[in-house]
Design a protein around this ligand. Sequence first.
Ligand code: NAP
Length: 475
Amino acid sequence: MKTYPLYLNGQWISSDETIAVVDPATGEVFAQASTVDRTGVRKALEDAQSALPAWRSLTGMQRGDFLLAIADEVRKRADDIATIMTRENGKPLAQSQGEVNGTIDHLRWFAEEARRAYGRVVPHQAPGKRHLILKTPVGVVGAIAPWNFPLILSIRKAAPALAAGCTVVLKPASATPLCNLLFAECVEAAGLPPGVFQVVLGSASEIAGEMLENPICRKISFTGSTPVGKRLIEGAAKTCTRLSLELGGNAPVIVFADADMDEAIDGTLMAKFRNTGQSCIAANRIYVERSIYDDFLSAFNAKLQKQPVGPGLEEGVEIGAMIDEPALATALEMIDDTVAQGARLVCGGKRWGEKGSFLVPTILADVPDDAGCMNEEIFAPIAAVSPFDTEEEVIAKANDTVYGLAAYAFTNNLQRTWRLAESLEAGTIGINDGVPSTSNCPFGGFKESGWGRELGIEGMEAFLETKHISLGGMG
Ligand code: NAP
C-alpha cells in the first residue's frame, strides 16, 4: 500500500506516523499519508517565512504566471487527481472532474487578479500632504480545508494567497489528503520556490494550535464546521491572528407556484443531491407553495429515482457514498427523528448496498418547522420538504436560522425576484439557479456561516493588508 509523503520546503518527506485513507465506497483503507507533529508545523511556518521576501518581491504578473503554470500541470494530471478524489471522498467521478476543472478556473482567475492588487491615491485635505493607499500581502498564511470539496476549497485559499504574495502552509482534511498531495506535485512541477506552498497533515488541533500561537502565521483561512470555526475565534483572541471563516449552512430553497416546474425540480435536485448532499450550500429546507406542493413532490421523487446510486468510479453514477460510517449513522438517525416528529417518508430512509457508507436518497415531506433537520445542517442526501402559503411567511422562515451561507428561489416573477434578493439573509442567492458558485463572484456567509468572502475580487482582498502612506512637505 502506498504511503504518500508530505510536500515540505520543496522536499517530499515521509513519516513513521501516518493517516489511513479510506475508500468510502468499500470501507477499505487503500493508502496512507505521512504526518508531522507540532515541531514539523513550526518548521513549515519558518520555511514559509524564509520564502516570503523573495515571493512577495515578484511582480503580480510573475506570480500570476506561476499560477498559470500550476493550472497547466493540474490539467495534465486531471484524470489522476479526479480518480483519487473519488476514491478518498466517494463522490461520482464526473463531479470530481468538475471539481478539478473548477480548481483550474480558480487558479486562472487569481493568476489574472495577481496583476490587479490596486492601491489608490486619495485627494489630500491638508496643504502640503499627499496620501497613497498600498495593498501588501498579509504574510505567511495557514489554510485549513474540509473533505467535502477536498481540492477546490483548498485552492480557493491557496490561489489568492499566492497571487497576493503570501506563502501558504495548507492542512487538508485527514479524510481527503491525497488530491491535495497530487496538487503539490503540480506546484513542484510548475517550479515554485521551496517553502512558498507546503502541505502538512496530522493532529488538527496541534496544527491549528501552532498556526494560532506562532506569530509567524499572520492569517488563518478556514473552511469547515461552525463549532470548529468558533474554536479558532477563541484561539485567535490571544494573538489577534487574522481569520477568514467559511462555515456551515442551512440553505432554504423556495419554490413558488409561478416557477417553471422542470427548472425548479432540476435546480432543487442539483442544490440538494450534488456531492451526495454533503455541500455547505446544499438545500437544507425545501419550501414549496401549497398549490403545487403535491405535484412538485411526485415529480421531484420521480426524477430522483432516475439518479443512479453507487461507487463513484462506476460509469453513470450520480449519487455516491457518504464520507464515512459515522456520517451515514447520523443521517439514518436524523431520518428516524424527523419521522418521529411528524414528517412523512416519501422514499429512501435506509442504507444502500452491502458495503460502503451509502444512503438511499431520501425525501421527507410535511417536515415541521421545529424538526431537527430544518434547524441543523443535514449534510446527507436527504431532502426535507414543507409547504408554505405566502411570500412573507416563507421569507421569514427562510431567515429564521443562525446560518446565512446560501438561499435559493425558483420564480418567474421579476418584482418578487428583487424582493427576495433584498430580503434573504445569505451570502449567495441562486434565483432559478441550483449551482450559483463561480470563480469571479464572492462566496461566504452571513451570521454563523462565517467571516469574510472567498473568490471574486474579495477573495484576493482577504490576503492583502491596507497601508496608508502619508507624504508631508509636498508643497
Ligand atoms: P470540520 O470537522 O470543521 O473540519 C474541517 C477542517 O478543520 C479539517 O481539516 C479538520 O481536520 C480541521 N479541524 C478539525 N478540528 C479542528 C480544530 N480543533 N482546529 C482546527 N482545525 C480543525 O468540518 P468537515 O466535517 O470537514 O466539513 C464539513 C463542514 O464544513 C460543514 O459544516 C460544512 O458546511 C462546512 N463547509 C463550509 C464551506 C463554506 O465555504 N462555507 C464549504 C465546505 C464545507 P481533520 O480532518 O484532521 O479533522
